[in-house]
Design a protein around this ligand. Structure first.
Ligand code: SF4
Length: 371
């Protein structure tokens, strides 16, 4: 039960300046944080806070809320005050809502310069208000709403165009001595997105918010985001992430956390090491893996549980894990920390694994509390 040797990190993190989004540090070596965005009407304070509570429970660390109307702007102060995690107001089109969000005590404000007319003229006032309130600004450039000037210059939303837009807007803030900034340059094509962030990372030291925009429904969006974030994070690029899915936001958080865990940027929690099954399998591996996963859902301790279909690799993997089963002959050999502790009939495999997992988890928590 002693904590394992710290997992090998995927890469040295890029050196970036640090900003504070409420209590969450972003950049400057702080852990990569996971964000999502509510899908409720922000003006419906109850529903929005309810969804934020669900997101918080699923592990979300920063939440963004849209603010398209005055009613939404009016709701921000209550939401910012009552949310358990920092709230970022997402502003398009209307600079007046930027000021409202800052006044309301939002932890940060996301602006999309491409979508705010005469934004450049407003920067001075925004910088002053944000500075007065200690509110960071995310400059969120998006391929779908690129500045018209840059669209003309580059013909389309190329990596260079996205980066130029972001750095231009940042420079306007810098003129007013405002550097409490993070930047995103989102595109729906992971290849363009990756290139844009690489260029941006090389040209500034602002913390970066990663996102593949309009990534699609859950399956496609998960893969696009995992591939793009993996490519960037494996080069140390990225300080906070948002997986965009056409799916409930708690799913985005689940995927985001799993990406960070896969790259050792977050301590792994439950990890099911299950085989793909093959012609040798002596048990329904998919069903077994699903049942064990469901039975252990929500477990916070890092636990590797091996679910193996036969005795070829079964005992080896089961021994490497904290806990495991190797099936054969209508029975399951249950391993704990490399030792076979018992052999149970197939019908008892799931409940035995869950029972043993709970015991190990309890022990880990006690050891954790003691140290
Ligand atoms: Fe096939 Fe056995 Fe390997 Fe599973 S553990 S993939 S059943 S050989």
């Amino acid at each position: 039960g002693v904590p394992e040797v710290p997992a090998r990190p995927i890469a040295e993190r890029r050196v970036s300046r640090q900003i504070q989004v409420g209590p969450v540090a972003v950049g400057g070596g702080a852990p990569v944080s996971v964000q999502s965005m509510t899908t409720t009407r922000t003006s419906d304070i109850g529903a929005t806070l309810q969804q934020i509570a669900e997101l918080t429970a699923s592990g979300c660390q920063i939440v963004r809320v849209a603010c398209p109307t005055q009613d939404d702007a009016d709701a921000l102060s209550t939401i910012a005050r009552k949310s358990q995690i920092p709230v970022i107001a997402d502003i398009h089109f209307q600079p007046k809502y930027v000021f409202a969000a800052i006044e309301a005590g939002c932890a940060a404000v996301r602006v999309n310069p491409g979508n705010i007319k005469q934004f450049d003229d407003k920067v001075k006032e925004i910088a002053r208000a944000a500075k007065d309130h200690g509110t960071p600004i995310r400059i969120g450039v998006n391929a779908g709403s690129l500045d018209r000037r840059l669209l003309q210059k580059y013909g389309k939303a190329t990596p260079e165009a996205l980066v130029e837009s972001a750095l231009w807007e940042a420079s306007l803030f810098e003129e007013h001595d405002f550097r409490d900034i993070k930047i995103s340059v989102k595109h729906n094509d992971p290849v363009i997105m990756i290139e844009a962030y690489k260029q941006l990372a090389a040209q500034c030291d602002y913390p970066l918010h990663l996102g593949v925009t309009e990534a699609g429904p859950a399956f496609q969006g998960t893969i696009k985001s995992a591939v793009a974030f993996g490519a960037l994070l494996s080069q140390g690029i990225g300080d906070t992430i948002r997986v965009s899915l056409s799916a409930p936001p708690a799913e985005e958080v689940k995927v985001g956390l799993q990406i960070l865990e896969s790259l050792n940027l977050k301590q792994r929690r439950l990890e099911i090491v299950s085989c793909p099954s093959c012609g040798r399998a002596q048990v329904d591996v998919y069903k077994l893996a699903d049942e064990v996963t469901a039975g252990l859902e929500g477990m916070e301790v890092p636990l590797r549980v091996a679910v193996m279909g036969c005795v070829v690799n079964g005992p080896g993997e089961a021994r490497e894990a904290d806990l495991g089963v190797a099936s054969g002959n209508g029975k399951g050999q249950i391993f704990v920390k490399g030792e076979v502790i018992k052999t149970v009939p197939e019908s008892k495999i799931v409940e035995t694994l869950i029972e043993e997992a709970m015991k190990i988890a309890e022990q880990m928590e006690q050891d954790g509390a003691a140290s």
